[in-house]
Design a protein around this ligand. Structure first.
Ligand code: DC
Length: 438
């Protein structure tokens, strides 16, 4: 799960992120330190920051960034040099806002940041974490504070580290410096400092660090609370599947944390229940709008957060809904064949799911449902009383692999990839679940 914390300098982001990470047992990633390290390395290697080619060459081929941890403190290394202290010096601070405003710098560092956070429980702190780098983060926080308070905090931080400078340090200069950085960070063209949509805004001016962390933890608990109707349907489904159908889940390690589109084959009314039991979090589903007319069943699918989808193509309303669900870090389950297969085999997938994945740029988790067709096939009013049902999760399909493919070819390639993965999982299940799972 990714939690993002954004906000201007001096709002307490780093201290809050560190304490929150300790309390939740998450990792913590200060992306400001990364931009500072990059700025330091460019200065040290005398690279003209306006020379795009030279900067790109340096960052791609000669910039090795490492983060090490000792006694809960982070240490930053550039090409094996410990830069933890030097990146906080005034000559780096003076230049970092200009370096980090360069589109070509961000283009190189953002993919490294995404890779670093992949499949981790992590708190990412910076300026554009919730807006650009992790738009699908589970929880987004935006911290602000009055400028006078921020200047006072910076002053105290500096004096704590350099008590000998107390007589010469001017609070007004610190305040002006913060103002200048705010201006640069929030007016730049690329990834300006902004509150992400849906982010939880906390003004920290009159709060202690503990107070801010408490507020965030309360918010997380509220967002993670699974609603009663969902828990009830899941408990009943779990009882039925495990008692009568020897329900089993394979490839659970492939269920990544946070937002994802789960794509499943569709053979039976049991499918949504099986996925609900297999994944330990509150899911959302997309389903044909006609299913909302079936008595009793409509109450079950409503309890399972099912959103109606009308035509064969994903319409604008559906796209909006899917995007906003993913933005809250939740998973959405789609049956890309559009309807239940009549013979239990995997039918051709509809292009709609390809559009949704392409527009949301989201990771996909393929899941093959085994045995539900034998137990309750399409056309039968009631299920058989015994049998075996299993969910097999395949390896996550990252969106990045399709990013550079032109739009016309991208959708068919996404669809092909999912279809192949589902068929590989089907083959493995039909061969008796033997050998390494695809
Ligand atoms: O948080 P900080 O003061 O250490 O950040 C240093 C600079 O890096 C700051 O001027 C803004 C920039 N930055 C950024 O542009 N994007 C981020 N995600 C993090 C920091």
């Amino acid at each position: 799960m990714i939690i993002t914390i954004d906000g201007p300098a001096g709002t307490g982001k780093s201290t809050v992120a560190k304490l929150l990470a300790q309390k939740l047992h998450f990792s913590y990633f200060d992306t400001g330190a990364m931009y500072r390290s990059c700025t330091y390395a460019l200065i040290e290697n005398q690279i003209d920051i306006d020379d795009k080619d030279k900067v790109l060459d340096f960052l791609t081929n000669h910039f090795q960034y490492e983060i090490k941890e000792k006694n809960l403190e982070k240490y930053y290394f550039v090409n094996s040099e410990d830069v933890t202290d030097i990146i906080r010096s005034s000559y780096v601070t003076d230049l970092v806002s200009i370096v980090s405003a360069k589109e070509y710098v961000r283009k190189t560092l953002v993919p490294i940041q995404r890779k670093f956070a992949e499949d981790r429980d992590i708190i990412c702190e910076g300026r554009d974490m919730g807006t650009v780098v992790f738009p699908n983060a589970a929880i987004k926080i935006y911290l602000t504070a009055k400028i006078s308070v921020r200047a006072e905090r910076r002053f105290k931080d500096f004096i704590a580290k350099n008590p000998q400078d107390i007589a010469t340090l001017d609070k007004n200069i610190i305040l002006k410096d913060i103002q200048k950085r705010d201006e640069l960070d929030s007016t730049r063209k690329v990834s300006p400092l902004r509150k992400a949509k849906g982010a939880y805004h906390i003004d920290t001016s009159n709060l202690t660090i503990d107070g801010v962390v408490k507020k965030i933890i309360k918010r997380i608990k509220k967002l993670k609370k699974i609603k009663f109707a969902y828990r009830l349907v899941r408990a009943v489904s779990s009882f039925v599947l495990k008692t009568f159908y020897r329900f089993k889940v394979y490839g659970k390690e492939n269920i990544i944390k946070g937002a994802a589109i789960v794509t499943s084959n569709h053979v039976s009314f049991f499918d949504p229940s099986a996925i609900t039991v297999a994944i330990d979090e509150e899911l959302h589903f997309l389903a044909r709008d006609s299913l909302f007319k079936i008595p009793i069943f409509k109450y079950i699918i409503k309890a399972l957060n099912t959103h109606p989808i009308s035509g064969k193509e994903a319409n604008i309303q559906t796209i909006k809904e899917v995007k906003s669900i993913l933005k809250t870090g939740k998973k959405i389950v789609i049956f890309p064949e559009g309807t239940r297969s009549t013979d239990g085999t995997i039918n051709k997938l509809l292009p709609g799911v390809g559009f949704l994945i392409s527009l949301s740029k989201c990771t996909t988790i393929p899941v093959y449902i085994y045995g539900a067709h034998e137990v309750w096939p399409r056309g039968k009013k009631f299920p058989k009383l015994f049998g075996k049902i299993a969910c097999i999760f395949g390896k996550p399909i990252r969106y990045e692999q399709f990013e550079n493919i032109n739009r016309n070819e991208r959708i068919p390639q996404i669809i092909n990839k999912i279809e192949n993965e589902l068929k590989n999982l089907e083959k493995w299940a039909n061969n008796g679940f033997k050998g390494a799972q695809p």
